[in-house]
Design a protein around this ligand. Sequence first.
Ligand code: IMP
Ligand code: MG
Length: 189
Amino acid sequence: MDTSNGPFQDLERILITEAQLQQRLQELGQEISDTYQGRELVVIAIINGAILFLADLVRQIKMPLQFDTIRVSSYRDETTPVQAPEIIDKIRLNLKGVDVLLVDDILDTGGTLSKISQIIREMQPASLKTCVLLDKQTPRETEFEADFIGFQIPDAFVVGYGLDFAERYRHLPHIGVLKPELQNPPQWP
Ligand code: IMP
Ligand code: MG
């Protein structure tokens, strides 16, 4: 692939390569399959961020499963005060009495996963665990730890493999740190 121009040039450095992602996903899939042996899993992924992760992860889980996606409101880039995230789309699967694995791209402050976990718990699943591709080393207000973690990363703004800045860069096959001067370009909406 020609990486000499376009979105690839917007990265300060690559943090996780495509090969490292695929290798770790195999291991994660194995860990998850071992944990839920003999049971049937319902995977709920938060989109858009977890789309690529979900697609690759479920192909590494060797057991019966169902999956669905949820969209969560985010006020991050707006001028309105940051509010607690809410599920925009109703979850269509009946989660009562089933084992649920909630999947997100990245754990940052923990606000998103703790709020969505609380909403899912109200649906009375038999169990609820969380899985994140990236665990950012940020000081957390909410004490939240994910059960399955792909990679620990430093406190930097990363994009690629589903992660965006203003909806860009999600399609990159690797994960990298966005150049700081591109994190708030005035010409972007
Ligand atoms: P939290 O609620 O602070 O844990 O943030 C989780 C959400 O923030 C993720 O689902 C991402 O959409 C977004 N996010 C946090 N850090 C990054 C980053 O470095 N790059 C892209 N998105 C991020
Ligand atoms: Mg996002």
